[in-house]
Write a protein that binds this ligand. Structure first.
Ligand SMILES: [Zn+2]
Ligand SMILES: [Zn+2]
Length: 334
């Protein structure tokens, strides 16, 4: 099979490999579409310690089940599926509580680090445990289904924000996840969603996707939000998010471009803000797939390019271009 392999730091190559063998409890999926994630793009230079070469990245995929491992009875060959980017154990206390994003033995598909190595879906075939599979709704295209993961991440953040009915919300950062969070907030009943970003093209897209107002960060002249979603993760954006919510308001931190930022402590304490982190997905896959299928969350306007795996190196170059949102790598095209 063809794979797009990270052969050295920041160096990708299309290579031939044996298709992975399917073990007990696993299925092998013929990949049809897989999105390039910011964590692939930023992690492939080795800085995160989570993309140690050689590794096949790719954790936002859709495809068709092509082989079943021993003991797999709930799934059949030919079924259209996506899968959780987190391989969770199902047994630890966190998994038992439905917080599988915090699983004690959490692994991530397409990640290679000190603790584990799992090849991902920038490949013609990928194997994953059956427990992390989700069936695709009829009629949902493979390219749209490849968004189940980022949409799930966005919906998890929205769910962390609590009851949004009638609330005023601010989204700081209109990258891919920010634009999905915007749509998730609307779907959850927020009365107003305002977006800030430096890029005017993204602000225009935010308005098209339902933002009530969109501003450059320096132009935001109001601080009356019940909830702020911080989707960048650098000092000035965290600061703006903190100072934009009302007393007793809530801040959900999603972005983490910087490992550490200064926190406006007094503003958080004296105004008694709720500050919450949000990581990955904990059960939001069905909701994500349904939202994409119904059009409540529109993903097609977020596709910057879609290239076959043979052009995987070029796909990564496109994903690194300024203004790119989501670039998909396709395989097994009919
Ligand atoms: Zn991702
Ligand atoms: Zn677990």
């Amino acid at each position: 099979m063809k794979v797009l392999e990270l052969i050295a730091a920041s160096e990708l190559a299309v290579k031939e490999r044996e298709a992975p063998e399917v073990q007990a409890g696993q299925v092998r999926i013929a990949v049809r579409s897989c999105g390039i994630c910011g964590s692939d793009l930023h992690g492939m230079d080795g800085s995160s310690g989570r993309r140690i070469p050689p590794v096949v990245m790719g954790h936002e995929a859709s495809g068709v089940i092509e082989a079943l491992g021993e003991g797999v009875t709930q799934w059949s060959v030919g079924q259209r599926v996506t899968f959780d980017s987190t391989v969770w154990c199902g047994e630890c206390d966190y998994c038992q509580e439905g917080r599988e994003n915090l699983c004690d033995s959490r692994q991530v598909v397409g990640v290679s680090c000190e603790e584990f190595h799992r090849d991902g879906a920038f490949a013609e075939y990928v194997v994953v445990p059956e427990r992390i599979l989700h069936a695709l709704p009829d009629g949902l295209s493979f390219d749209e289904a490849a968004f189940a993961e980022p949409v799930g991440v966005a919906l998890h953040a929205v769910n962390r924000a609590g009851d949004l009915t009638g609330k005023k919300a601010l989204v700081v950062g209109a990258g891919l996840i920010g634009l999905l969070i915007l749509q998730g907030l609307k779907k959850a009943g927020a009365a107003e969603v305002v977006v800030v970003d430096l890029d005017p093209v993204r602000l225009k897209l935010a308005l098209e996707l339902g933002a009530s107002e969109a501003y450059a960060p320096s132009e935001l002249a109001r601080a009356d939000f019940d909830i702020a979603m911080e989707v960048v993760g650098i000092a000035p954006t965290v600061k703006q998010a903190v100072h934009s919510v009302v007393k007793g308001g809530r801040l959900v931190l999603v972005g983490n471009l910087s490992a550490e930022v200064p926190l406006p402590l007094q503003a958080v304490v004296t105004r008694e803000l709720d500050v919450l982190g949000s990581c990955a997905i904990a059960g939001e896959y069905p909701e994500a797939l349904a939202a994409i299928a119904s059009g409540d969350i529109r993903v097609k306007p977020l596709i910057s390019a879609s290239l076959p795996i043979e052009e995987g190196v070029e796909a990564f170059e496109k994903a690194a271009e300024r203004g790119a949102l989501k670039v998909l790598i396709t395989a097994n095209n009919e």
